[in-house]
Design a protein around this ligand. Structure first.
Ligand code: ADP
Ligand code: MG
Length: 338
């Protein structure tokens, strides 16, 4: 594959199951070396898209190339150039970690010496050298996931596909997988495509993210670009027990204020571009005017907000809320006599 050729291209790629369209004419290109994320709720079509790109199912219409090879015309050649980590844990419990990786190398036709050398390097890279000779049955979910990533890399693929790599893992194991993928991205041109329904995963890890819903790409860009595409920005919520009207007039006149409103609870909601920078200046301005701020809270625009703007729905129900936005509440001393 030439250096400047994209690692993945999809052109109106479509998969129908009977009358149902699971992936609906999606087009995109992933440059070499990118960590690309496909973010969407359950049923969005993420796995179906991945299965087409990894030649496990044939597209109904459209075309795709992976590592420069057409998935429909040369599936076997695509398979040589990719590593695939499916959603379900697939390492063999009755074998050791080493054996799991080694057998894969054999399967890809690697000679014994190169296979053993790669297996050693990869197991070290995923932090499993010490446990290499233990049965996988004794591994945690996070260890199995890391082992499977090592196994998926045994034949030095150009593109690594992971379907929901951290689903069901505890926070610490998720972190370990993220760190591993970040380290891999730095490696010689490896392109990584992952699917996730975790907004924080897409936001933390991915260079670019395709937001998918109902089989369509509804937005594509870096996390920062996606946030700029969505209207509005950070929100600063203030409670000012007395003189709230005077405070609103003052806030409205500040140069960085985009909008001011009051919510049902009476809090003043200020829309700004860069909440973290504005917050101290806002407090300063109110303080100077003798207005007592009882509490202040920053809600940053997250990919979750972007998703809501594009689809009118939440990505996941309540759980996403908590993980989704960074917020902070602090009680400020009130000015005497207020
Ligand atoms: N083999 C299949 N036959 C029929 N419908 C399918 C099949 N595979 C997936 N689907 C449907 O396609 C949609 C997308 O599924 P999937 O790609 O698994 O979504 P995701 O991975 O984003 O959760 C779902 O509505 C699912 O029920
Ligand atoms: Mg899926």
């Amino acid at each position: 594959m030439a250096d400047n050729e994209p690692a993945i291209t999809a052109h109106e790629l479509t998969k129908r199951f009977g009358d149902f369209t699971a992936v609906d004419a999606v087009s995109f290109a992933v440059p070499r070396g990118e960590l690309f994320g496909v973010l969407g709720p359950n049923g969005a079509g993420k796995t179906t898209l991945t299965r087409m790109l990894t030649t496990l199912i044939a597209p109904t219409a459209g075309a795709a190339t992976v590592a420069g090879v057409d998935v429909t015309h040369h599936p076997a050649r695509v398979r040589e150039r990719i590593g695939v980590i499916p959603q379900a844990l697939t390492s063999d419990l009755d074998l050791t970690g080493w054996e799991n990786v080694d057998i894969y190398g054999e399967f890809y036709g690697l000679g014994r010496r190169i296979r053993h050398q790669r297996a050693r390097e990869l197991l070290r890279m995923v932090g499993l050298s010490e446990r290499a000779n233990d049965l996988v049955a004794t591994y945690s979910g996070g260890m199995r996931r890391r082992l499977e990533i090592a196994r998926g890399l045994i034949h030095s693929p150009e593109v690594l596909f992971l379907d929901e790599p951290t689903i069901g893992l505890d926070p610490q194991s998720r972190r370990a997988v993220w760190d591993l993928l970040e380290a891999l991205r730095g490696e010689t041109g490896l392109t990584i495509s992952l699917t996730t329904h975790y907004m924080d995963e897409a936001e933390t890890l991915c260079d670019r993210v395709a937001i998918v819903d109902g089989g369509k790409i509804i937005a594509l860009g870096s996390p920062a670009e996606l946030k700029t595409m969505a209207k509005g920005a950070d929100r600063v919520e203030l409670e000012i027990p007395t003189d709230a009207d005077r405070a609103i007039t003052l806030i409205r006149a500040l140069p960085y204020t985009l909008a001011v409103a009051r919510d049902e609870a009476g809090a003043i909601v200020v829309t700004v571009d860069d909440g973290a920078r504005v917050m101290p200046r806002l407090i300063g301005a109110l303080d100077e005017a003798g207005l007592g701020v009882a509490s202040i809270r920053l809600e940053r625009m997250s990919l979750e907000d972007v998703f809501i703007q594009f689809t009118g729905r939440r990505l996941r129900d309540e759980a996403a809320r908590k993980a989704g936005f960074f917020s902070m509440t602090m009680g400020l001393p009130r000015s005497p006599g207020r």
